[in-house]
Design a protein around this ligand. Structure first.
Ligand code: SF4
Length: 268
């Protein structure tokens, strides 16, 4: 793989200010839905049963079950990674009306924005941008400069996690693109389980897939993907915290390089 420079967006995207309901107080996730879905013993038993039952199912079968059980309060957050692109492809065939959103931190690569447009062209699916409270300019001005340089955890919290909590409010369930073979923490992920952090049901249709399975489907179905993957970036996040990896490095070594950080906090 060659390592050509990735492209920062030509113009910084102007982000809207937070609305009144953008606070983190009150019920979260499915507890804020009407009617709420609560993690009762009965629900947790149902999820455990379904998770076991779906262990041998295909990702499409898992998604079909999730849509039947939780739509229209079933959604998906995506950073347009290869795994997420395969799920978008599957949802376009199974339930194209499923709301899909992206955490637009203001620091995403131009290639990522372009991929959102390609998804719209290919599938007619408009992935919704969810924005932090402050624009990049406001955020950096309020903090005396870019927070990602000194405290990426705080930056991820402000520009991803808080936004995700807000987006999850009122949903029953969402799809996650994690694979069990990505890390020891992810190895324990159930197919279906209660997401304690966000207080809703998390469905992981690709839990049993390998990286090879993902790329085989992308190739076979000509699924659009981020061109940065062909330029030495196996994992793409925000441009300040992503670099190309060297031969032999772990596939997530290019994320938050130089910091003791490997996750943005969404899956741990
Ligand atoms: S990945 Fe980097 S720039 Fe993006 S939100 Fe996290 S710390 Fe900020």
């Amino acid at each position: 793989m060659t390592s050509q420079p990735a492209t920062r967006p030509a113009e910084k995207i102007s982000l809207p200010l937070a609305t009144a309901d953008a606070t983190d107080d009150g019920p979260q996730g499915a507890l804020a839905a009407d009617p709420p879905l609560e993690p009762t013993e009965e629900l947790l038993a149902e999820l455990a049963h379904q998770s076991e039952r779906l262990e041998e199912a295909t990702p499409q079968e898992i998604l079909r079950w999730a849509v039947e059980r939780f739509a229209p309060r079933f959604s998906m957050a995506t950073a347009f990674g290869p795994e997420g692109m395969t799920i978008i492809h599957m949802l376009s065939e199974i339930a194209p009306e499923t709301p899909i959103f992206n955490l637009e931190t203001g620091y995403q690569f131009q290639e990522t924005h372009d991929l959102r447009e390609r998804v719209k062209e290919r599938y007619g699916i408009e992935v919704e941008y969810k924005y932090p409270e402050l624009t990049v300019e406001q955020y950096e001005a309020a903090n005396g400069g870019p927070v990602y340089k000194s405290n990426p955890n705080q930056c991820c919290f402000d520009r991803k996690l808080k936004v995700l909590h807000r987006a999850a409010r009122g949903l029953y369930a969402w799809a996650s693109a994690i694979r069990r073979d990505q890390s020891p923490d992810r190895a324990k992920a159930p197919i279906v389980g209660w997401d304690h952090k966000f207080q809703l049901v998390k469905v992981s249709p690709l839990a049993n897939w390998t990286k090879k399975d993902v790329w085989s489907l992308i190739t076979k179905e000509d699924i659009p993907y981020n061109p940065l993957h062909d330029r030495g970036y196996p994992s793409v996040g925000c441009w300040p915290c992503t670099r190309a990896v060297l031969a032999g490095e772990d596939e997530r070594a290019g994320r938050w390089s130089g910091f003791q950080k490997t996750e943005c906090g969404l899956h741990d």
